[in-house]
Design a protein. Structure first.
Length: 117
């Protein structure tokens, strides 16, 4: 079974706390829960609990909102896009290998003969 953490623990983990009182800002997570259908906490005795998968999704949401400066709509588009992180990484690796191949050809043959692929 997945280890569950409650909403206050998650707020503290994500550093969503009031700077003066150090109280967790749980309302932010509750707002995100309403905005993003990907967040589905388990409700046990009227308390919200989050598993590891949920924590990963919420960390990604926080990163995109707070660090990257995306809007809620922008984050929704990213989360709903068909392309997942693995696809992106694989595509990036392919492009990197292709660029390295071209760079090595340039080094070996010079600019004149680099057009021969």
């Amino acid at each position: 079974m997945d280890k569950l953490i409650n909403i206050s623990q998650l707020s503290k983990l994500l550093n969503l706390v009031d700077k003066n009182s150090n109280k967790p800002l749980n309302y932010i997570l509750r707002y995100w829960e309403k905005e993003f259908k990907q967040i589905n906490p388990k409700i046990i005795n009227n308390r919200r609990y989050y598993g590891l998968n949920q924590v990963k999704i919420i960390k990604k949401i926080k990163y995109l909102l707070k660090d990257k400066g995306l809007t809620v709509t922008g984050v929704k588009k990213v989360l709903n896009s068909k392309r997942n992180d693995l696809d992106y990484r694989n595509n990036l690796e392919d492009k990197t290998k292709l660029l390295l191949k071209k760079i090595n050809k340039l080094r070996k043959y010079g600019k004149k003969n680099s057009r021969k692929s």
